[in-house]
Design a binder for this molecule. Structure first.
Ligand code: C5P
Length: 315
């Protein structure tokens, strides 16, 4: 390990104490899926939206790289080299040419394989936490490039807010919007859905050639958001992966139906599912909707969450 930089040096300083990073979950207000590309990804035009369900990653100095966790998915999530947090720490260390030494601890609240980008969120948190702990001072765009190789949603989760995603999701264009809080109810299912399985099912369901995803559909969602009227946004929400998620998990149709019956302005599958999200008119409506959905006993857990939220940040 190199020595800490001196006070006269203008290089970033390493953090001495624990570094705590909070990262949100994401939903897709619109998910337009185009053809399968030769690299195995599908071309996307999506509107990302970060919501108030958070994972927290703490990084401390160590003499090796270790990961521990508590919360959602403890005992299910592998903590070895297959974990995106470890991969993110190693990718950053290699890029910055520093040893990948840290003791990392994850407090997980975002469900595993839920379509809320929990894995990508944790990778984004690891990039920010290790960059701060090691004082590597890597510019945001470079963190984003590193992140995009780890998971399609990592660049967005570094950024947060609401943003347009293109490419395979890794090309993120921030949206300049007047601040508006949107109120969501999130229905978390038992068990997860593997993202590749859902994309594969979509390809199977599709008949004939597929057009590139239309940016106009994403633009329509952004235009609806500018009106700041939840009923207008409700009418614009959409997800091309929804039929595939429903084909693999038919019971999710009942969850969507229960949410709408309970008064949601709209309901849709989040990303590749199986989490369902419902738009509410305001905070009071979201709370009432959550109670009604809970009583319907159609899912494992119901939470309310506001959006947009900032991306991965040191707290
Ligand atoms: O990038 P991420 O790790 O989230 O992607 C997981 C898998 O989901 C990919 O390997 C691919 O099978 C599928 N995927 C896709 N098109 C995308 C994003 C993901 O086919 N745009």
């Amino acid at each position: 390990m190199t020595e800490a930089w001196g006070p006269d040096d203008d290089k970033p300083r390493r953090a001495t104490g624990p570094v705590r990073v909070r990262v949100p979950a994401k939903i897709n207000l619109h998910l337009g899926v185009g053809p399968l590309r030769p690299d195995g990804y599908h071309e996307l035009a999506t509107v990302y939206h970060a919501i108030g369900i958070f994972d927290e990653l703490t990084a401390r100095a160590g003499d090796t790289l270790t990961l521990t966790m508590e919360g959602e998915g403890t005992g299910e999530l592998a903590l070895d080299e297959t974990n995106l947090i470890i991969q993110a720490a190693r990718a950053l260390a290699a890029h910055a040419r520093v040893p990948a030494y840290a003791r990392l601890h994850l407090r997980k609240s975002i469900p595993l394989a839920g379509g809320l980008a929990g894995g990508s969120a944790d990778a984004a948190a690891a990039l920010i936490a290790c960059d701060t702990l090691w004082g590597t001072g890597i510019p945001r765009e470079q963190l984003s490039d590193l992140g995009g190789k780890l998971g399609s949603d990592v660049p967005f989760l570094l950024h947060g807010g609401t943003a347009l995603g293109t490419g395979h999701g890794e090309a993120v264009s921030p949206i300049l919007a007047r601040p508006t809080a949107w109120h969501w109810v999130v229905a978390i299912a038992d068990g997860g859905l593997a993202t590749p399985d859902v994309y594969r099912e979509l390809d199977r369901l599709r008949d004939g050639p597929v057009a590139a995803p239309a940016l106009a559909d994403a633009d329509a969602v952004l235009a609806a958001m500018r009106q700041r009227n939840p009923a207008v946004l409700a009418a614009a929400l959409g997800n091309d992966l929804q039929p595939a998620a429903l084909a693999l998990r038919p019971e999710l149709a009942g969850v969507l139906k229960a949410g709408v019956a309970a008064g949601a302005l709209a309901g849709l599958i989040s990303g590749s599912g199986p989490t369902c999200v419902f738009l509410a008119a305001d905070a009071g409506h979201a709370a009432a909707l959550a109670t009604a959905l809970d009583r319907a006993e159609v899912c494992r857990e119901v939470r309310t969450a506001r959006g947009p939220m900032p991306g991965a940040r040191v707290i």
